[in-house]
Design a protein around this ligand. Structure first.
Ligand SMILES: *Cc1c(COP(=O)(O)O)cnc(C)c1O
Length: 391
């Protein structure tokens, strides 16, 4: 590979760039994971972690990707053959649905067009029909990373409550947590699933399950065989800050630093406002260029990423390739059925006004060089908005 000077722009919606101070916090000796120093660190991190989920419930940390945490959620709280209700918001919802099928559940999929979030009414309508309560869980993706659509999880909760149905509520916020507002307790979520490499600004390698009392009660009755993923052994060990097997020690050092940045220094509400503002500026540029966002609902635009639809006759992956070759920036590819039709701009995590402007400049130059008909000046429009709203 030819040498490239300056820093690579990793503007995919996860993994997101890892701040230098998190890398430095991880650049420490591995310690005895059964020793006293580890136990103290484990207790501190597990307790503080609850803050980002807005919960009093335990948060379980697996050395895994987000996919592992998806599987853990299902096999701990459910039993083989259980019906679960899932919602097709995009590719990640589709993959979770496939995983559920493979582990032996019977998921039902409410179909969607990948341009809207979960429709709470449709969930309620399906639950109302289920008078025998055969559906054991409702599973939704909060921030659909393949499309840039954020579902209204609080409203889905209200819809479930309106039916009086006892199903568990499981939510994937792998790309939403610590970027988009999320409230495990207030929204009555039973299992929240997330990962380390998106809003938490860590390298890939940690998967999380935040579990309610109701989910823990369901775990007692779960008929799935599991060992590595079992919440029971985890929670037993976690009480004293330990883990049943070797944890990802250095990622936990990084997590402690990330929590300090998010909770103590910037503050979660400021983190959310920052993401919303950057998403808005990004959309102003996209609109100015005369392109469409994949998301079609004003209040469902993701603060984490923007999915941009390329006009017919152009291939989004060729535009991405040109931008990578010429400007050393990675943008997210179109996933699943929108491959080639969409590219995704990540504006999450370790990010500021000038990172956004660097990103949008690369996109505007790349679109023009690719021969996509655009109105130039999207960057200027985004800058005007950022300047007006700077504090
Ligand atoms: C990234 C992501 C996943 C998959 O996580 P992995 O760490 O790649 O296993 C699942 N769901 C959503 C919404 C994601 O953004």
């Amino acid at each position: 590979m030819a040498y490239k000077s300056g820093r690579h722009f990793l503007q995919i919606p996860g993994p997101s760039p890892v701040p230098d101070r998190i890398l430095r916090a991880m650049d420490m000796p591995v310690i005895d994971h059964r020793g006293p120093e580890f136990g103290e660190m484990g207790k501190r991190v597990l307790e503080k972690l609850k803050g980002v989920f807005k919960t009093e419930c335990p948060v379980i940390v697996f050395p895994s990707s987000g996919t592992g945490a998806w599987e853990a959620a299902l096999v701990n709280a459910l039993s083989p053959g259980d019906k679960v209700l899932m919602y097709e918001t995009g590719q990640f919802a589709t993959l979770w649905h496939e995983l559920a099928t493979r582990v032996g559940l019977e998921p039902e999929f409410i179909s969607g067009d990948w341009r809207h979030g979960v429709d709470p009414e449709k969930v309620a309508a399906r639950l109302k029909e289920d008078t025998n309560h055969e559906i054991k869980a409702v599973c939704c993706v909060h921030n659909e990373t393949s499309t840039g659509v954020t579902s209204r999880i609080g409203e889905v909760r209200k819809a479930i409550d309106s039916t009086g149905h006892p199903a568990l509520f499981m939510v994937d916020t792998i790309s939403g947590l610590a970027s988009a507002d999320y409230r495990h307790d207030e929204w009555g979520v039973d299992v929240t699933v997330t990962g380390s490499q998106k809003g938490l600004m860590l390298p890939p390698g940690l998967g999380f399950n935040c579990v309610s009392q109701k989910a823990l009660a369901a775990h007692e009755k779960s008929g799935f065989k599991k060992s590595y993923w079992d919440w029971g052994a985890m929670l037993g060990n976690n009480a004293s800050g330990f883990f049943p097997y070797t944890p990802a020690t250095n990622l936990l050092y990084g997590l402690e630093e990330a929590l300090k940045m998010l909770l103590d220094e910037e503050g979660l509400e400021n983190v959310f406002a920052r993401h919303k503002r950057h998403a808005k500026a990004c959309r102003i540029a996209v609109e100015h260029w005369g392109l469409e966002t994949l998301c079609q609902v004003e209040e469902e635009h993701s603060p984490v990423l923007t999915g941009v639809v390329v006009p017919d006759g152009h291939d989004a992956d060729e535009i991405r390739k040109l931008i990578l070759d010429k400007f050393d920036m990675s943008l997210g590819t179109g996933l699943g059925k929108v491959k080639g039709k969409v590219f995704r701009i990540g504006h999450l995590g370790h990010f500021n006004d000038l990172t956004l402007m660097g990103t949008l400049s690369g996109v505007e130059m790349g679109l023009a060089l690719s021969g996509v008909p655009i109105n130039k000046g999207g960057c200027q429009a985004a800058m005007d908005y950022l300047a007006e709203t700077a504090d």
